[in-house]
Write a protein that binds this ligand. Structure first.
Ligand code: TYD
Length: 137
């Protein structure tokens, strides 16, 4: 199931007294080609991002600054993953329901995506998501 396939990936960390450095290079650290990058920032306290799933899109989410929780569901079980450091990220495969909440002040969520922005790839209705997941076994 999608929940087992979602996992944390540790990124390279070059420690340096001048400041640490981490990186992601296409095809090296994450299991898809990067087509798009976006980030979520200036999040007011207590705000959350509504859940959705993607039909095709793979994602990799990094807490570049501050912290937040990514909540994953496969329609039956839920996993809450606290993201708090910029040297690891969460791989989220297609057909995983995910929402983001518990943003700290000044947090920045970086999202790498395997596709260009495609509104038709979103499933925003949890009941529809469960129907599709259950139908596909
Ligand atoms: P959306 O992914 O719907 O965010 P959420 O599901 O967390 O509410 O994106 C919000 C808006 O931003 C939406 O109107 C479309 C726009 N958007 C783009 O134009 N390109 C993108 O790559 C993304 C992620 C969003």
């Amino acid at each position: 199931m999608a929940l087992d396939k979602a996992h944390i990936i540790d990124l390279p960390k070059v420690t340096d007294p001048r400041g640490n450095l981490s990186f992601i290079q296409n095809n090296d650290q994450i299991p898809f080609d990067i087509k798009r990058v976006y980030w979520i920032y200036d999040v007011p306290g207590g705000m959350f991002r509504d859940g959705h799933a993607f039909r095709q899109q793979h994602e990799f989410i990094v807490a570049l600054s501050g912290s937040f929780d990514v909540v994953l569901s496969d329609g039956n079980q839920e996993r809450r993953i606290h993201m708090a450091r910029s040297y690891y990220g969460l791989y989220v495969p297609p057909m995983t329901w995910r929402s983001i909440d518990n943003f700290s002040t000044n947090s920045v969520a970086l999202v790498l995506s395997s596709t260009l922005y495609a509104p038709n790839d979103y499933i925003r209705d949890f009941e529809l998501y469960k129907t599709i997941v259950n139908k596909n076994g």
